[in-house]
Design a protein around this ligand. Structure first.
Ligand SMILES: O=C(O)COc1ccc(-c2c[nH]c(CNC(=O)Nc3ncc(Sc4ccccn4)s3)n2)cc1
Length: 312
């Protein structure tokens, strides 16, 4: 399975692990990089020193390339960009915003910059400012989502830009990877499946919630705040939906959401926490080591393609 992404990022398989806030710590990122993909530390709302420590930990756990995902809504975005530059992190992905203003500084140190986008318009805007590739993320994914599905978004982004496109959202096995390649993507980004791994340091109750979830267990709330977020339906989403119906202000809703991702992922509060999980959770039946997850995907890709060609 060769792909421009493998050459661009110097990795064996064009499989990135989503840089999920609170979920994607150095242990998970290093395990995915050691397994031949690209691991990404999720900076989330981390202060700069915490991120530096995480990057140093990852450098001890793997000598393969790994990256950092910067959430552009973080109050520390400027400081963490500086940490990424000082630490010479080779790959930077960004989410929940437009990284345009940071691209010159990142390109200066030769970091590959790969923004996550949820629209063709943003993909075109960012190609123009010189990003290296685009992660087109469908609304099947967990966390902060756009409004277009992976199946519809990916081919339209592929047609709109000439830089490599990585598909994200709803990819849970080799069939999803082959489908993404068929849509014109050069690689995939996988979040929920890697969150359900042994090396992921999330709370066992958060991981158990992924294994128990079905394809209809998640709901998107917060559209009225401008940050629609996909999580497992629970008491928090019921309270959130109630408040939205009663016309709560954006501040009140953001107040309700604040700190709830940490509550779910770190403290295992899956009733009142924000259990950010994608729709592929329905096909995840167990927590497995990253190497096993990666090897099963890579082994099955040729079989999926052979099965397809037999039907031609
Ligand atoms: O159009 C523009 O200029 C920028 O607009 C954008 C709008 C959306 C996106 C986008 C969609 N998906 C992604 C990548 N995925 C994510 O960013 N997923 C996330 N999950 C949890 C996060 S923490 C958070 C964030 C908001 C509210 C509550 N918590 S961020 N980025 C990127 C840019």
């Amino acid at each position: 399975l060769n792909s421009k992404i493998c050459q661009l990022l110097n990795i064996k398989y064009p499989i990135l692990q989503g840089g999920m806030a609170w979920v994607a710590t150095a242990e998970l990122a290093a395990a995915v990089s050691n397994a031949g993909g690209l691991g990404l530390i999720g900076a989330g709302h981390m202060p700069p020193d915490a991120l530096k420590a995480e990057i140093r930990k990852a450098k001890k756990l793997t000598d393969k390339p790994f990256g950092v995902n910067i959430m552009l809504m973080s109050p520390f975005v400027k400081e963490v960009m500086q940490v990424v530059i000082d630490e010479r992190v080779p790959v930077v992905t960004t989410g929940a915003g437009n990284p345009g203003e940071y691209i010159p500084a990142l390109r200066e140190i030769g970091a590959k910059v790969i923004p996550v986008v949820a629209s063709v318009a943003l993909a075109k805007r960012l190609e123009r400012v010189g990003v290296d590739a685009i992660i087109a993320e469908g609304m099947e994914s967990g966390g902060h989502v756009g409004e277009v599905t992976t199946m519809a978004l990916v081919p339209q982004v592929v047609d709109a830009v000439s830089i490599p496109v990585i598909a994200a959202g709803g990819i849970g096995d080799a069939r999803g990877v082959v489908a993404a390649l068929a849509l014109g993507a050069q690689g995939v980004q996988i979040g929920t499946l890697f969150a359900a791994s042994s090396e992921c340091t999330a709370h066992p109750k958060y991981k158990e919630a992924i294994v128990k979830a079905k394809e209809r267990s998640t709901i998107v709330t917060g559209a009225s705040t401008g940050h629609p977020v996909r999580t497992i339906a629970n008491r928090l989403t019921r309270d959130f939906t109630e408040m939205e119906k009663r016309g709560a202000t954006v501040e009140e809703l953001d107040q309700l959401g604040a700190g709830k991702l940490k509550a779910a992922v770190r403290d295992g509060d899956i009733e009142y926490g924000s259990v950010m999980v994608g729709q592929v959770a329905g096909m995840i039946g167990a927590i497995r080591p990253v190497a096993e997850i990666m090897q099963e995907i890579v082994k099955n890709i040729p079989e999926v393609i052979t099965e397809l060609t037999k039907r031609m």
